[in-house]
Design a protein around this ligand. Structure first.
Ligand code: SF4
Length: 417
């Protein structure tokens, strides 16, 4: 979402500014920030001081969720060398703020309506384009800062999303990833998320559609049918679990039980057995007992996710959990739990990936080199798994039939047929 917002920002700032990726060349640095985890915030504070130390004349702006979360600290506490603060709904004000030569600027108002609908993001050429179909969240999970920093849910019109998708295809993109804090809640007049997906799947020239993330509490059956029936919609669902114990799920305000989660996974696999499932999990939520942690382990063992992002709980100031529940699980216990769960998930991912050896997958080429080798290219299969193969004059956006010949827990390797 932040990458997408940066593209929106570049478009809003437009021709009045020149962009550089080298902070040494810049007069102004805008840091587009995330507040979901404490570590991300710490990095931003360190970066502000580092930038100011390297160039005392630099003007620095904090944008995004941290602007909303720390508005008082960032602006009223004059010791922080920050000149501009703009929340996620205030980007239209930025050109004016930056144009005032020496003044500071501050706007963190959250809007009920802002979707940046009529702004076409400034994108570098590529294979995948992000499209935010909605902004904000109404769910107020007790650990999460997003509803406070990004405001209430509001959806963009299907017409504007379709126009953007068609333009992206004309610009050479072949995949779109639809973004929303909870895409299942997408609604614009009488169009819900399944109907929107169906409309987008008819856009000529678009090879793949991905989306992230749906909430397990309100996953409509119709959505599954739309995914199963449309070859262009990728067979991958990121379904955040967060915890496997009913008591902890209730304290997290997730509004589903472990049994309902199991039932949903069963339904998904009945309709579409090849669906790749990935998830997010938090360990060490306040009062989580050993037994309750093992309930999460049990769900991971039972569901057999293809991969999982596993985090230690950290309280986010202003959330219900931070106000009501002391962070009482010792750091050492959180660390033991995350190691345990990561180890289990790694074995599951490896087993699942090895099972693909010998199969043929359609791979969309997304990069003409890999981190380790300039002689290899990388792409993703329909299930969003990374696939590496030797370069053979392939181009970005090529869709190749690749026979899988090897696997680790994180990557598949293959050769073209
Ligand atoms: S659904 Fe819950 S975790 Fe996701 S953004 Fe909304 S409040 Fe946060």
């Amino acid at each position: 979402m932040n990458e997408y917002d940066t593209e929106i920002l570049k478009s809003i700032l437009g021709s009045g500014f020149l962009f550089t990726t080298d902070p040494g060349e810049a007069d102004i640095v805008l840091l587009n920030t995330c507040s979901v985890r404490e570590n991300a915030e710490r990095k931003v504070f360190a970066r502000i001081y580092q930038l100011k130390h390297e160039n005392p004349g630099l003007r620095i702006g904090i944008l995004g969720c941290m602007a909303s979360h720390f508005k008082d600290k960032l602006f009223e506490q004059k010791s922080l060398p920050v000149d501009f603060v703009a929340g996620p709904d205030s980007y239209r004000q930025l050109p004016e703020m930056l144009a005032r030569s020496q003044d500071s600027g501050f706007d963190v108002t959250l809007s009920e309506f802002e979707t940046y609908e009529n702004i076409f993001p400034f994108r570098e050429k590529g294979v995948n384009a992000w499209i935010a179909i909605m902004r904000g969240c109404n769910n107020f999970c007790s650990f999460c800062i997003v509803p406070y920093t990004r405001g209430r849910e509001r959806s963009r019109s299907p017409q504007s999303i379709l126009q953007e998708t068609q333009q992206l295809v004309r610009d050479g993109f072949c995949q779109v990833t639809l973004l929303g804090q909870n895409v299942n809640s997408y609604r614009y007049e009488d169009t819900g998320f399944p109907a929107l997906l169906k409309k987008i799947s008819r856009v000529e020239g678009l090879k793949r559609i991905r989306f992230t993330s749906p909430h397990p509490k309100d996953f409509p059956s119709e959505l599954l049918t739309v995914i199963a029936d449309n070859p262009g919609i990728c067979k991958h669902i990121h379904l955040p679990l967060q915890a496997g114990s009913d008591r902890i799920l209730k304290k997290m305000r997730r509004k589903y039980t472990r049994q309902q989660y199991f039932d949903l996974v069963g339904k998904i696999r009945d309709v579409c057995p090849e669906m790749v499932l990935t998830t997010d999990i938090i360990v060490g939520f306040p009062t989580e007992s050993d037994t309750e942690f093992w309930d999460t382990v049990d769900v991971v063992e039972t569901v057999q996710f293809d991969s999982a992002f596993i985090f230690k709980y950290s309280p986010r100031e202003g959330t219900a959990a931070a106000k009501n529940y002391p962070d009482d699980i010792p750091e050492t216990v959180k660390t033991e739990r995350i190691i345990q769960l990561n180890g289990l998930q790694k074995n599951i991912s490896l087993t699942k990936n090895r099972a693909h050896i010998g199969e043929t997958h359609q791979v969309l080429i997304e990069a003409l080199e890999t981190k380790k080798s300039k002689a290899d290219v990388q792409g993703r299969n329909d299930g969003n798994k990374l696939v590496i193969l030797t370069n053979n004059d392939y181009r970005l956006g090529d869709m190749l039939n690749v026979r899988i010949t090897g696997a680790t827990a994180h990557v598949l390797k293959g050769i073209t047929e």
